[in-house]
Design a protein. Sequence first.
Length: 252
Amino acid sequence: YAAMGDAVELVFTNTNLSPQTLLHRYPDNRELGAFVAARLACSMRMRDASKSNMVLGLAQTANAKSGSLCSKFVESYIHRNFGVFEGLMGRWPKTVDHFRKSLLAMPTNATSRYLLGMQSMDAEQWRVAIRHFEASLQLDPDFKAPWVNLSAAYLRLKEWDEAIEACDAGLYRHPYTSHCFYNKGIALFFKALEKEAEAAPTANWKPAQQLRDDALKAFEGAREVLERSSMWTEKDDQMVESLKASESRLSK
C-alpha cells in the first residue's frame, strides 16, 4: 500500500468503477490501470463471465502499450485469469496456453504453476500434476492449495506414504486444513486395509490398529468443517464405522 501511494484510496472510494475510467485514470502508469481493471474483471467473473473476459481483454490491450518492466507482471496476471475463465467454463485443455504464457511473463508465478497442476489433474496426468504442485510450493511454501492437491495426486497413484507426507507438510504450515486431514485419513485407511490383507492368511492375524486409530483421528480433524460445507458424505460415515470395527468382527 505504501508503494502505491494514494492509488488504493482513489480506486476504492470512487463510485465510478467502469473499466474505461480505471484504464484512463493513470495515463503515466498504464500497467497500474490495466492491473486494477483486471482485478475488476475478476470481481465480476461469477456474475457475468462474458463481460469479465471482455474487460480482461481491454486490460491486456492497455497493458501492452505500457512497455515498462512491471507490465510483465500484469501480463502474467491477466493470462492467468484468462486461463481461470476457461477452467470455470469446463474447458481445461484451453487453459494450458494461458497458464504457460503467464509463466513466460513471470516465471515465479506460483499460482499459475499450481493451476497447470490442476489442469493436469483434470487430464488424469497425476505425475505431471505432482511436478507442477511441487514447483509451485518451491516458489511459495505457504500456498495451501498445492499441499492439498499434491496429496490428492498421490492418492490417485495409491502412494499412501507420499500422500501422508504431503498432508503432514501442509498441516505443519496450515494446522486447521480440513482437506489435508481428510486426505490423510483416506491414505491411512487404505494403508491399513493393505497391511491387514497382507497378514490375513496367518493364524495370528490382527488389525492394523495404530493405522486405524491414526485414520480416525485424521477424519475427526476434517469432519466438522466438511459437514458444515455439506462435503461430508454417507460413504465417509461408512469408512469411519469400518475403522471402529472390533477385532473379533474383522477377523471373521
